[in-house]
Design a protein around this ligand. Sequence first.
Ligand code: UFG
Length: 346
Amino acid sequence: MLVTGGAGYIGAHTAKALAEQGYRPVVFDSLRSGFLPAVRWGDFVHGDIRDGRALREAIAAHGIREAIHFASLIEVGRSVERPDLFWDVNVGGTACLLDALRDCGVNRLVFSSSAAVYGQPEGLAAADLLSETLPTVPTSPYGDTKLACERMIAAYCRAFGLSAVALRYFNAAGADPSGLIGEAHDPETHLIPLAIAAALGTGKPLTVFGQDFPTPDGSCLRDYIHVTDLAAAHVAALDVELPAGAFEAVNVGTGRGWSVLEAIEAVERALCRPVPRTLGARRAGDPPGLVADPSRARTLLGWSPVRSSLDQIVQDAARWHADQRYGRSVKVNLEGNKETISSLRG
Ligand code: UFG
């Protein structure tokens, strides 16, 4: 199983879930934003998804039969400033991967997509559930690139007999209960890790972005999904029987929205400490609500979340952040230095 971006947050949790289900993950990662200590299950190949030759070599050398494609740039705000990078890495990289898979006869793919493809559908209230049949109108270059990738994959499916599932993630959060892997972004921009860092005193006071959204307490609603549930959705997506040429887009969320203030309260409960905070303006591009209609995941994939109560998510995240295993010093950016990679492994 090729796992591009398998040294990243969701990729590493999925590599663990795959190994537990008897798959042999082969992580292919540039380590520009991934962490080598997160690669603990299966083999590792250091490479960039825009390098077709490296991809073909890895696929041939490891006897790859199926692929999960996580590797991408993910920060919505940065995508507004640097759309060139996002189109190059996300869309160019996916095109390169699809060609490599086709050339090597790999015909099953699970793609890491996002609720960002929906944007802000007209006429819906913040807490309304988003279903896969809604029109897709992204509000950021990040969302544009994820939607473009979905369309490219669907076209490759129709033309070349690939079958694929695009999983549209809502808000991934939490950490594996083992404590071995967890969320680590540089820079961190996500609510739950920032609220935890603020409470622990390892980060700045949290800024709550906006108090005038059309929601019960005026802050945004999001659908938080535990990363281990998200990882399990990938295994379920591989197991579902699909005919050649089929492409399916499936939401991965819980169907329950939580406000920013409710998420902060959950962090305070988990840590028994206040989250120092200030009230700030809205962040550009934040839709008032993003809540999944999860029914298609249930019927098509036979998947439902089991660890995604907000309190469980926050408790697992808090344990990970209080006892951070990767440490800041092990972040690597290697430019191809494989000796350093092996000395840092594990
Ligand atoms: N928030 C704050 N203060 C912060 C950080 C976030 O108030 O310091 C708020 C945001 O305004 C938002 C909520 O907390 O209302 C969640 O924000 P995150 O940054 O944690 O997550 P997003 O909903 O912005 O984005 C996430 C992923 C995207 C993905 C999107 C789709 O990071 O990649 O979900 O659901 F596209």
